[in-house]
Design a protein around this ligand. Structure first.
Ligand SMILES: *[C@@H]1O[C@H](CO)[C@@H](O)[C@H](O)[C@H]1NC(C)=O
Ligand SMILES: *[C@@H]1O[C@H](CO)[C@@H](O)[C@H](O)[C@H]1NC(C)=O
Ligand SMILES: *[C@@H]1O[C@H](CO)[C@@H](O)[C@H](O)[C@H]1NC(C)=O
Length: 356
């Protein structure tokens, strides 16, 4: 035996010796597992030379030992849908076995680190182990209590809209407006849980939507309304309305107002004669005062449509009418004139062409 052969022998003994001592070895890393809440996780521990040594699965976060070899040792292993929550399956040849830990109906608290540990018999301290990570994904959920539903602000004031969401991973929050108008930042959308509303103007009034998304379906969403206090403004459909007298005709005057708080609206008109001046009109035999409640395509957000109908128009109805809108921020008034129209023809009946 030459010196070289001795060297090779020594090296072989030194390096092969302890390994060929038949100690168990976990041969692969335990790959991270990602599943959504309610789903099923599978963690694999592949071991060589296991022999009669025991293999344990341990949940590091709770400190609980889940299983020994193929047996679940937990006191509580509930049956759900005909299957146990925890189960261990063994597969592969004797010299390379995989112990797969199955966890069903995942809850958030099942997430964390799981260790596969082999205790070496006749060696009090001897053990080998590897750890893998389980992530339990949770779809987004907006917390209503911490999320803004209504902002009421004065003009030129600063405030913000908060959208508080949970979920794993933490969801992204996106703000948009339902009416498609630009957000306070000037863009059509905004990323972030807190949407700043600086220097509020009436343009900011409307319904805002926040969507929480973390790619775990379904996303969650929430609506928030912004109202900016402001004095009333009014517009008319026609500034002057014509109607013939003494024919039991009705004249219709329309007035569209906005303002916040919602203004009170009243109608007045000029009278001459004994009680000269302006008088307020009330809903009675001569006047019908209505507020259109149904959504109207001609209305912009925050607007309300008021109508005054003057029934059985007579000569003394030809005068100026005022629609007056008032709230605690101010008052506005808009005038509509009712004038006499000649009535000199009976509307002709429609001509129907018949072909025989
Ligand atoms: C464990 O093995 C099973 C069966 O091959 C496989 O379906 C599962 O994805 C594996 N788990 C991980 C985390 O790779
Ligand atoms: C509101 O925010 C604007 C812009 O961020 C700032 O310039 C202004 O001083 C703030 N106003 C108040 C009342 O805090
Ligand atoms: C949040 O948005 C960023 C940018 O689009 C994206 O890379 C990331 O994956 C998103 N996060 C989640 C949890 O969806």
């Amino acid at each position: 035996m030459g010196i070289f052969d001795v060297l090779v022998f020594v090296i072989v003994v030194l390096f092969a010796g302890p390994i060929s001592g038949q100690d168990p070895e976990i041969v692969d890393d335990i790959l991270p597992e990602v599943q959504r809440v309610g789903g099923t996780a599978r963690l694999n521990c592949t071991v060589a030379n296991k022999q009669t040594n025991n293999l344990f699965w341990i949940h590091d976060d709770s400190g609980e030992v889940i299983s020994m070899d193929r047996t679940v040792t937990l006191q509580i292993n509930p049956m759900i849908g005909g299957l146990r929550k925890y189960e261990v399956f063994k597969r592969g040849p004797a010299d390379r076995q995989t112990y797969m830990l199955v966890i069903r109906r995942l809850r958030q608290q099942d997430a964390g680190r799981y260790t596969c540990q082999i205790k070496i018999q006749n060696d009090n301290l001897g053990q080998v182990e590897k750890t893998g990570k389980l992530t339990v994904q949770v779809p987004p959920k907006i917390r209503p209590g911490d999320t803004t539903t209504l902002v009421e602000t004065d003009q030129q004031q600063n405030s913000s809209l908060v959208c508080a969401a949970m979920g794993i991973p933490l969801p992204n929050i996106t703000w948009t407006r339902l009416d498609g108008k630009a957000l306070p930042n000037g863009y059509s959308q905004y990323r972030g849980a807190v949407l700043p509303l600086n220097m509020a103007t009436t343009d900011h009034m409307g319904v805002y939507r926040c969507v929480a998304d973390n790619n775990i379906k379904p996303p969650d969403e929430h609506l928030c309304e912004v109202r900016v206090f402001h004095a009333p403004a009014a517009r008319t459909v026609q500034n002057s309305v014509g109607q013939a007298q003494n024919r039991r005709f009705t004249a219709r005057l329309d007035c569209i107002v906005n303002g916040y708080p919602r203004p009170n609206v009243r109608w007045e008109r000029i009278v001459s004669g004994v009680r000269e001046g302006r008088v307020q009109l009330t809903d009675n035999d001569f006047f019908t005062i209505t507020k259109q409640t149904t959504d109207n395509q001609n209305l912009m957000s925050g607007e309300q449509w008021y109508t005054l109908k003057i029934r059985n128009v007579r000569a003394n109805d030809y005068t100026d009418y005022f629609c007056i809108a008032e709230n605690n921020k101010g008052t506005t008034s808009i005038m509509i004139t009712l004038f006499g129209e000649l009535y000199n023809s009976i509307p002709s009946l429609p001509v129907i062409n018949r072909t025989v």
